[in-house]
Design a protein. Structure first.
Length: 445
């Protein structure tokens, strides 16, 4: 066969199988999302022989799984709530990664897990509570979110920079000397959601504490009349030497956290903050299409950065529901971006692999878990539903003391080394040595 013939056949095949999306038709949205989910689950290890339940394939980390499951809970709820196979897949994956203490600090992730990673899992588990997703009998999704909240809040550190969480939980991980917006944003966001779900003001007070500190330390600050959220700073200079990069998921987490607080308190101070962050979120759109601005929105973005729009999209959807006056602005962004995402899902050998550049009108050659989950969540934002509370039918059981009596070994920066972890312990020793000798943990990976 001549090259020309192969080329035109390929072209023909691609034209036929790209993902179709009518943004005004729920069935069409769910059908488009189904093929995106199919692509996403190609990366899932938990249903493959010998694969770890709840994990996605290399090079995707534990926290990526947390991101992915939050989106899958919504997809299941909005589109396929009669699919027992999918329900089981999500349930098993999320529950299996809870760890021995049911607080999402599994002992074998201590080489990778920071406060932000635990927090993103917290968002997924809270999503399950708010969607009334099938609860585990012994440890409800709500209870596990409370365990995540309690363990995170117990790490609040007033010794440096007058408050805030460090990026890392464990001393040996690179970034333990850094405080950042995403870690603190996760605590803020989860506290706001727990306040609304349980109607308990203590959580709202903690959300306020985090917000006030963010402003005090200057991670959230006004520049030319615009509220911006920076990445973070090292504790060394009392958090004054700011890293000023801006990331969409950080904006999303604060934006929707403020929307939860507004919805819970009915206080216009929170609505003002919602409006201000919404206005500065304009940074993440070009010609109406969402893009990860700071890394260029293309193949230069790394595996983490290429997933951020999934959380950002989910948070925009939640905000549009909880602070209804934002709906017009957000819908305009989501409509354009979802349409763009769908037309990017026309690549790969299956012809439905999603891309990174949503403004191109076709696949840009970039692919991965991040592209699949971002496309999925921007589509789900088109049909987002009101998150439940305990008063509106959310049946997940509360345990305010979850996570407070587990010896919190992570706070003492020790880990239990069980016999299965022996191999890991060797690696750990090597890493500690590397850190002591001034090397970086990342050299290992
Ligand atoms: C970590 O622990 C879980 C739960 O015990 C186990 O299923 C898994 O295989 C372990 N390894 C990884 C890489 O998750
Ligand atoms: C149920 O979900 C699984 C896993 O996503 C999928 O393979 C299957 O096609 C779904 N079944 C139906 C009837 O949609
Ligand atoms: C350190 O930073 C915190 C937070 O910005 C501030 O409240 C505090 O006054 C600073 N302390 C010193 C000694 O500069
Ligand atoms: C809170 O969210 C609900 C659900 O969308 C909405 O009906 C209600 O108006 C919101 N509350 C406020 C204060 O905007
Ligand atoms: C949530 O799930 C529980 C238990 O399955 C059920 O009794 C309750 O009606 C559900 N709530 C809603 C709003 O569907
Ligand atoms: C509210 O939450 C706080 C913090 O977890 C807890 O100490 C308190 O007992 C809770 N109050 C109620 C009424 O459940």
């Amino acid at each position: 066969m001549k090259f020309g013939t192969i080329f035109s056949i390929t072209l023909l095949v691609q034209l036929v199988v790209s993902v179709e999306l009518d943004i005004n038709d729920k069935d069409s949205i769910c059908e488009a999302a189904k093929s995106v989910v199919q692509g996403e689950l190609n990366y899932y290890e938990g249903t493959k022989y010998g694969g770890t339940v709840g994990m996605f394939s290399n090079p995707y980390y534990w926290w990526h799984a947390g991101e992915a499951f939050g989106g899958l809970v919504d997809y299941y709820t909005f589109c396929e709530s009669d699919n027992k196979t999918l329900e089981k897949l999500i349930y098993n994956g999320m529950y299996h990664q809870a760890g021995d203490d049911y607080n999402y600090i599994p002992s074998n992730q201590s080489m990778t897990e920071g406060n932000d990673d635990q927090g993103v899992w917290g968002m997924a588990v809270m999503q399950a509570a708010e969607r009334n997703f099938t609860d585990p009998k012994d440890h409800s999704w709500l209870e596990m979110t409370q365990a995540i909240y309690n363990t995170m809040n117990s790490r609040w550190d007033t010794k440096h920079c007058n408050g805030g969480l460090r990026w890392q939980i464990f001393t040996w991980n690179s970034g333990y000397d850094y405080k950042n917006s995403i870690a603190n944003g996760c605590l803020f966001h989860i506290a706001a959601r727990l306040a609304r779900f349980t109607d308990n003001k203590t959580y709202a007070k903690v959300a306020e504490k985090v917000w006030d500190w963010m402003e005090d330390v200057g991670f959230a600050t006004y520049v030319d009349d615009e509220l911006v959220v920076y990445d973070g700073a090292k504790i060394g200079g009392n958090c004054t030497d700011l890293t000023k990069s801006k990331w969409s998921y950080t904006y999303g987490i604060f934006l929707s956290g403020c929307a939860y607080m507004y919805n819970y308190t009915n206080d216009n101070t929170w609505l003002d903050r919602v409006d201000e962050i919404l206005r500065s979120s304009d940074f993440f759109f070009k010609d109406g299409y969402m893009f990860e601005h700071t890394c260029g929105g293309g193949s230069d973005c790394n595996n983490d950065e290429r997933t951020f729009r999934s959380l950002f999209s989910r948070c925009l959807g939640l905000t549009s529901i909880l602070a209804p006056s934002t709906k017009d602005t957000i819908s305009t962004w989501i409509d354009t971006s979802a349409q763009g995402a769908a037309s990017s899902c026309s690549g790969g050998t299956d012809g439905i692999t999603c891309g990174e550049d949503w403004s191109k009108g076709s696949w840009d050659g970039v692919y991965g878990l991040g592209e699949q989950m971002s496309a999925l969540e921007v589509m789900m934002a088109l049909i987002v539903k009101t998150p439940l509370t305990a008063d509106t039918g959310g049946s997940s059981k509360s345990n305010v003391n979850a996570g407070t009596n587990t010896g919190s070994e992570e706070n003492k920066n020790e880990i239990k080394v069980t016999s299965q972890d022996k191999a890991g312990a060797g690696v750990l020793t090597a890493v500690v040595l590397l850190i002591i000798t001034g090397g970086s943990i990342w050299m290992l990976f």
